[in-house]
Design a protein around this ligand. Structure first.
Ligand code: PLP
Length: 399
């Protein structure tokens, strides 16, 4: 079957490709330590499962309104009020099958051919391809490690043109774990205030997997004058270990939300009614799960950062949030493996870790971060410790 031109502009997600490679190697009987996983290794809380079962038994098994059930919308409004002091009306909320779908629809609703979207790199793999799939042009802005992997105001200012429709701000970020402080958001806001045609798509999916003392700040709360052009996206996947339930949401300007809801009405009609009941329970119910899992992530983060930084030739900074480390492997590039292959780039390095150490990681180039690789610490400390030992051995074998 002939496929559309837009398909030639995009590729399958590298994390999906990595997961496939890990499955293949495992099926050959190899013990692969998998550090590619982009989802919590915890199970969804019992009270959330119970809410879903109750919804099924109560007959909540029909289509819901396109913009979600009133219970879920109220739960989203409640979370954003409590966490950031932000107020949203029903007309400003859309829900979808994961934050991924909401972001995709926001781009579909707003981009025409030639429109530009500023994507700070390192970036979540999906942004550039989502932009391309919707006829836009991603404008990748490098944000080096020396700048905390964060978009500096001067770089933002220099990247804006008359064609810029959006800048994407993922905070805390995947794959870096970097998060913008209030002062950094204020500095970016100063630039944005001078360019009223630019919208800001904030992806705050890791906001509660957060290691700071005060809550992770949100641009919409930091600079209310941007309220009419910030589209804030989030979801329950990461915070509540609910990746398979597929519920995400976006809040922002009512005209944008109406456009997204029109697209939603012609695509999936609405997300699963049962998952919406579960998501509402997650957002409004007891939050011990979040506190407990963040405590576990924090211990893993601290242990793994130390193990990685103890490996000669590797280094990483301490992430502010999320469950990933972006590890600098530039010193390994140019070296030879024991069987004489030259490590030309981070992809070769990741392959070397897989072949010689049976440790699966994702190469940084997939995230616009050549010379790096991503480790997910959403796995047990035992696996992380063993994996770091294998990584150290694989690095020591390079000459
Ligand atoms: N945004 C970022 C930065 C992510 O890492 C992910 C998942 O990996 C998502 C969005 C998608 O989340 P959801 O499961 O809500 O679609």
């Amino acid at each position: 079957m002939k496929t559309a031109e837009r398909l030639r502009r995009i590729k399958p997600s590298p994390s999906t490709a990595a997961a496939q490679r890990v499955r293949e190697l495992k099926s050959q009987g190899l013990t692969i330590l998998d550090l590619t996983v982009g989802e919590p290794d915890f199970d969804t809380s019992d009270h959330v499962k119970a809410a879903a079962i109750k919804a099924i038994e109560a007959g909540e098994t029909k289509y819901t309104p396109v913009n979600g059930t009133s219970a879920l919308r109220a739960a989203i409004v409640g979370k954003l009020r409590e966490r950031h002091g932000l107020e949203f009306t029903d007309a400003q909320i859309t829900v979808g099958g994961g934050a991924k779908q909401v972001i995709f629809l926001a781009l579909m609703a707003t981009l025409d051919e030639g429109d530009e979207v500023i994507v700070p790199a390192p970036y979540w793999v999906s942004y550039p391809d989502m932009v391309r799939a919707n006829d836009g042009t991603p404008v990748i802005v490098d944000c080096p490690e020396a700048e905390g992997f964060k978009l500096m105001p001067e770089r933002l200012g220099a990247a804006i043109t008359e064609h810029t429709r959006w800048v994407v701000l993922n905070t805390p970020g995947n794959p870096t774990g970097s998060a913008y402080t209030v002062a950094e958001l204020q500095a970016l806001a100063q630039v944005l205030l001078a360019h009223p045609h630019v919208g800001v798509l904030t992806d705050e999916i890791y906001d509660e997997i957060w290691y700071g003392y005060e809550d992770a700040p949100s641009l919409a709360a930091v600079e209310p004058r941007l309220a009419d052009r910030v589209f804030l996206t989030n979801g329950v996947s990461k915070t509540y270990a609910m990746t398979g339930w597929r519920i995400g949401y976006g809040v922002g300007p009512a005209d944008l939300v109406t456009a997204i809801n029109t697209l939603q009405s012609q695509t999936s009609s609405c997300p699963s009614s049962v998952s919406q009941a579960a998501a509402a329970a997650a957002l409004t119910g007891p939050q011990d799960f979040v506190r407990d899992t963040v405590r576990v992530y924090r211990a893993r983060r601290d242990a793994t950062v130390k193990l990685v930084n103890d490996v000669p030739g590797l280094s990483c900074t301490v992430p502010d949030g999320g469950f990933y480390l972006l590890v600098n492997c530039q010193e390994a590039i140019g070296k030879l493996t024991p069987d004489g292959h030259r490590i030309e780039n981070d992809e070769d390095f990741a392959r070397h870790l897989l072949d010689s150490g049976q440790v699966a990681v994702i190469h940084g180039s997939a995230y616009g971060a050549p010379g790096y690789f991503r480790i997910s610490f959403a796995t047990s400390t035992d696996v992380l410790t063993e994996a770091c030992e294998r990584i150290a051995t694989a690095c020591a074998a390079l000459k």
